[in-house]
Structure formats: C-alpha cells, structure tokens
Design a protein around this ligand. Structure first.
Ligand code: FES
Ligand SMILES: [Fe+2]
Length: 413
C-alpha cells in the first residue's frame, strides 16, 4: 500500500473517532427481503456468480510447494488445483475422463492422481498417464483424455480459477485498481494453517452482510471483538465492485501523540478487502483470514442455506513465535488451552483463529439466521441500510445490477 494512502486512512479514522461520527453515505436504502428468499434469484446467482465468474479459491500458500494440490467443492464445478514441478499453478475439473468420478480429495502433495473407480492415472499437469487393461477398454488417444483444464491465474499471492474451461479471467478489470495494492502485502509468502467450515441457516448474502458495517461492533460484539476494536468508524473506499474496509483497533488512540512517521496501519487497524461477489479477505501483520461465502453447494437453489469457509494463513515468523509460546504454555498448568504435544503445537494461533471463527458463527451468523427467518415470514418486505452502512449499499447495488434487477430504493435526498 502506498504510504500516502495508509496515512490518509489513519487520518480519516482518527477524525471520525474524534468527532464521534461514523462514515456517512448521506443516503439510506431499502433492500427487498426477496433478495434473500427468492428461488429465481438463487438460480441466477448460481449461473452469474458461481458458474460464470472467476473464483478466488485460496492464497498461494494453500499449494505452496511444487507437487502440492488442493480440491474445492464449494461451488458447482469440482476443482482440482495443483502446482506442477515447474511451480506453475494449474486447475482442472476434478472429474475422471473415463466416467467422471473424482480423481483427488482434500489437500496434500502428489505428482499423480489415481481415480479410485477403475484406477486411471493422471499427472499433476492433467495428462492421462495410465489405463489398467487398456486393450480391453478400447482404443483411446490419451492426449485427448487428459483432465479438463480450467483457466487459472496466480497473482499477488491469490489463486483464481474460472469454473468454465472457455471462461476468461481478467483481473485488471475485476479488481478495478486494487490489484497492485493487494500484491504489495506479500500474501503469497504466508502458510496455510487450517480452515473452518460454517454451515448456516442463512442466505449467503446475509453472511456477507455481517462484514458490511462497523455499527454492530460495540453492540453485538461488545464482549468479544468490541473489546479490541472501535465500532462506529470506518476507512472505506470503493474499487469497481470491490471495496476496502478498514476498522480501527483501540491501539489507534496512541497515534495522537506519536510522530506521523511512526504511524503503522497494520499495528492500529484491521483492514479487509471485499472482492465481489463472495470474498472477504481480512488481514493483519503476518496473517490473513480468507472468508469465502457460498450458497449451500448441496442445495444450490435453496436460498435459505449457505456455507462459509474461513481459511487462516500466517507468516513463518509468526508461526515460529507461536510455537515458542506454545512450548511455554505447555509448562504452565494454568493454561486454559489444551495441548497434547502433537496435534496442536500452534497453541496461541489456534486460540486466535478459534475466537475469530466462533465470533462469526455464534454472534454474526446468529443475527443472520434471525434475519433469514424474518425475511421468510412474508411479513417483512424490506430491510433498511443506514447512512452509516455504505458497504452494504455498494454490495447490494452491484449484486442487483449484475443480475439485471431493479436498483435499491433510495430514501432521502
Ligand atoms: S471413472 Fe475414473 S477410472 Fe473409471
Ligand atoms: Fe460482526
């Protein structure tokens, strides 16, 4: 991030905190609750956002070494992503070219993949390498029976896949000026440290909405995140359909008496990039939480269910520090966190991610589930987005525009 941008965000947050006035869009909107309940909308979302739109599947650290692979089952097309011997990121439809079974499961390291059904074997470049009893199967041109390759781009530490083989990934257009800034943080060096799946009884957009304002921080999260963050203040900027959303931690208060050349964004705030349509990328010094929200992939036309996958990445430096702290905690009988000496060496990082994940699930998504029920009651025809919730205006306006829906109804000047 450019230094002048960093300073201007901090100036803006301090101004809002001093004046006790949150960001102000100057307008309110009504959002029809049908956006969260309509099956026809859900079907169009599948097509436009999840079948015909580039998907951010992870950070580079998810398949760090040559020979690493990961599979993705969160949207309509099953994906096998690999890093080949040359370090090239590749993606394929995770479907055998014999009769379509999955050739790989989970994450790991492997140069080749053997389909469990009849044991056809593919390389991590997608080439069909072997067919048991090939002469009994018939004449097959192996060159034409490799895994179906999908467009795949690795840029700024992010792994993008297009779910259609003939699709196009144009990140300059999609990121709308945010690409260089994202790349400047060095996310590509981080290590994949685990993930959590939250299956919720709420539309995937309600899940996303909980990341769209700071108004609830000091209220819903008053005993959790609200202890660490200032609510009711937001550094906010839009980049096409995406936005940057910066929340101040209480550490920002100390900047008022510190020289400007010592001001540091990551020491005093928690920035978050919203990447249209379903990604929240929250980060700090040496850490990223990648939050991906989807309609329930088992019931893609059911608007009332969603799956959120939260993936945590840390720098090697932080992991080393935490391992040291974990070892210290092991010697401390008062330590509240379980440590069995093998499966959970990263005690403090595990605790950190658990707090993050459970706050989302037990506080934010609980509100989302209530909102879903009220939308489904048929008695609440719209929700209100306040002047202090501009990220929700932005997100829902673009979401509706992309689906060819009527714009949100404006209230006020
Ligand atoms: S379906 Fe994969 S080998 Fe037959
Ligand atoms: Fe929240």
């Amino acid at each position: 991030m450019k230094r002048e941008v960093e300073l201007s965000i901090l100036d803006e947050l301090l101004r809002q905190l001093d004046e006790k006035k949150n960001v102000d869009a100057g307008v309110m909107y009504r959002n029809p609750t049908s956006a969260y309940t309509c099956k026809d909308v859900a079907r169009r979302e599948q097509e436009v956002f999840f079948r015909d739109h580039p998907q951010l599947i992870g950070l580079s650290g998810s398949i760090k070494e040559p020979g690493s692979f990961m599979t993705v089952e969160d949207f309509g097309v099953p994906v096998l992503a690999t890093r080949d011997a040359d370090g090239q990121f590749r993606a394929f439809v995770n479907a055998c070219r014999h009769r379509g079974a999955r050739v790989a499961e989970g994450r790991g390291k492997s140069k080749s993949f053997m389909c469990p059904f009849h044991n056809w074997v593919y390389s991590n470049r997608g080439d069909l390498m072997g067919i048991p009893l090939a002469d009994q199967v018939g004449e097959i041109d192996k060159k034409c029976r490799g895994l179906i390759e999908l467009p795949a781009v690795e840029q700024g530490g992010l792994l993008w896949v297009h779910p259609r083989a003939d699709g196009n990934i144009d990140l300059d257009k999609q990121l709308a000026g945010l690409g260089a800034e994202i790349a400047s943080w060095g996310f590509g060096d981080l290590v994949h440290m685990g993930e959590t799946v939250i299956e919720g009884r709420l539309n995937w957009k309600l899940a996303n909405d909980t990341f769209g304002e700071t108004y609830h921080f000091s209220r819903l999260h008053k005993n959790t995140l609200g202890q660490v963050f200032h609510g009711d203040a937001l550094g906010y900027e839009e980049f096409g359909r995406n936005h940057r959303f910066v929340i101040a931690t209480k550490a920002i208060d100390a900047l008022r008496t510190r020289p400007r050349n010592e001001w540091d964004l990551l020491e005093t705030t928690s920035p978050l990039y919203y990447l249209f349509p379903n990604i929240q990328l929250s980060f700090g010094k040496g850490s990223v939480s990648l939050i991906k929200m989807y309609p329930d992939p088992e019931h893609p036309d059911d608007p009332s269910r969603s799956r959120t996958r939260v993936v945590h990445y840390f720098s090697q430096e932080l992991i080393d520090q935490a391992e040291q702290a974990g070892a210290d905690e092991l010697r401390n009988p008062e330590n509240p966190y379980e440590y069995d000496g093998e499966t959970q060496p990263i005690t403090t990082l595990a605790a950190l991610t658990e707090v993050f994940d459970s706050t989302i699930e037990q506080e934010d998504y609980l509100m989302g589930a209530h909102q879903q029920r009220s939308a489904e009651s048929g008695q609440v025809d719209h929700l209100l987005f306040g002047r202090n919730e501009p990220a929700l205006h932005h997100y829902h306006s673009h979401f509706r525009e992309a689906l060819g829906m009527e714009p949100l109804e404006r209230i006020g000047p």
